[in-house]
Ligand binder design. Sequence first.
Ligand code: AMP
Length: 208
Amino acid sequence: MRLVFLGPPGAGKGTIAAKAKLVYSIPHISTGDLFRANIKNGTELGRRVQAILAAGDLVPDEVTIDMVRERLKEEDALKGFILDGFPRTIAQADALGAMTDLDRVVNFVLDKEDIVKRLSGRRVCKSTGRTYHILYNPPKVEGIDDETGEALIQRDDDKEEAIRNRLEVYEASTAPLIAYYRDKGLLVDIDASKSPDEVLSSMVEALV
Ligand code: AMP
């Protein structure tokens, strides 16, 4: 199964992808996670993109496309994948179309008020990338990752100013992909306002 997860920041793409990868036995490839890993490891790419991520802007297309092209060549992605957070522009979508066919594009639909609520309550385990929400998906112990026991943090780009910018960037650059993939007959709309397990099961049903 070759899937793209589309939708505004905070719609739960990463949370659902972490569960869906187990359902379909395919890797979850998040460009945001790949950039954050590069930043954490202090790579050349990480240094280049650090300020862009903190501001909530988009990394240039060529950089992002090259990174995804390399990732899709890895063994585990040959049998399928979930792309989460890519493509985010028409140019990225065109480049992806030249790399591989897709089975479906899942569009996670959530209204603006809910997006802001979700993002501002999001907490992350820095080493694993696992995400929680202080109200909707809390860890077993407040502020602590369930598995590693590490302290959870708030991403820089989940702070208010960056959230506003990310939503503007989404509307301007990424939302046009909804029509792009609808025209290709690939789009499946999923109501993302429910709990993660409910969203997952409605998606799995819709993809049969
Ligand atoms: P995410 O974790 O998907 O919200 O991504 C976090 C940040 O990584 C975004 O706000 C962008 O700065 C950068 N990023 C992730 N994916 C892309 C992409 N496909 N194109 C450009 N920038 C991206």
